[in-house]
Write a protein that binds this ligand. Sequence first.
Ligand SMILES: [Mg+2]
Length: 460
Amino acid sequence: MKSSNPSRRGIFRSIAAAGLAGLVTPREERAQQAVEKAVRGLPAPKIKDIQVIETAPAGSRLTVVKILTDQDGLYGYGCGTFTQRADLVKPAVERYLKPLLMNHPVDKIEDTWQLCYDSSYWKNGPVLNNAISGVDQALWDIKGRMAKMPVYDLVGGKCREAADAYTHASGGEIQQCVDQAKMFMEQGFRNVRVQVNTPGFEGYGAGGGGRGGTSNVPMVKGLHDGSVFEPLPYIRRALKLFEACRTQLGEEVNLLHDVHERVTPNQAVQFAKDAEKFKLLFLEDALSPEDIAYFRQIKQQCATPIAMGELFNSPHEWTPLMSERLIDYIRVHVSQAGGFTPCRKIAILGEHFGVKTAWHGPGDVSPIGHMANVTLDVVSYNFGVQEYSAFNANTREVFHGVPVLEDGYIWPSTKPGWGIEVDEKAAAKFPFTADGRGPRGPLNGGWGELRRRDGQIIKQ
Ligand SMILES: [Mg+2]
């Protein structure tokens, strides 16, 4: 396929020069040389094989789709991570998308996405969407490698240099969380999500302090063997946390908080009203996807900015919320919605309705997926904020070229495609379910149960 980019060779020379200067590793340089050789003057490459790489270098099960073409050295990677049902994505790719796409040209990404989306007839489910995302993002990676451009240049280029990020401060006690937030602010973060445990109760996102916090308050006993979550003690505790944050951290820092859809719709309305005076950057998932009609009540009664969307799979969920201006931030998990192609459309939809983006970016997104997030961030005028997760040493051993954090900003790679090479031998060192590690190990990565005092299961 002929490149339409007149400066392709120049860019390649600069990449080679950067390699000599030590900025590009020999592995990456060899990969780029192979692509240069592969695409010179040839017709559109075709899909020769589709493989699935499964790896859990930081505990979360990550699924990466690799598309190989009929031209040696030309391939691409895409994120298809659905960590709670990870084993199901691989057969969705290998047994359904691979037969559909063999010998399909790699250059028609929109056409390929629509083909995959329509081929199951029933659609918009998380497993199939993640499988499609893996293919979709791999094709964008291939196109970038062919054009010698990062994906952000393929879709028009940057409208900001880097993505303002937020990270997670937490604690068993309020002061622990405040201190951690202070530490992140000193590191350069301007946006911090704050979560705290509720003494005696199960919590969400408060990590460090363990269940029920670090106080000596005994765990509340329910009519079941597990720990208990109750919405009202949680809400009271969260409001005290916000007050302590504003008193000790000041007005400048942007505070965020995730309810994780654990309260009733009416409690969510009241919580959003009570939190209004603390001027959060956003309140996340105050309602579950089943209760989204209640966003109208929140919007009618207070100005607390609302974020929603990490559980969404379908345009039927986000389109009305955005077009009716019932949320302020759309927080879709990019692979869950089907990949870079549909999420670029979601971003543009939001631009027209004043809804900003805040793509889901926790540890259960692969570095490829994080690079897709930050790519959307830098090309979308209506970008809001980007959730940041640090990459540990094992993850960096598997994924070479992860997005870089500096002074609270995340920077995308300037290398072609997503700019990431996967070391498949290293990936194989961190298989799924190696030893059933952690509480979710025996559940094959799935989540367990969360109950109220009387034994009722609640959303988590
Ligand atoms: Mg969340």
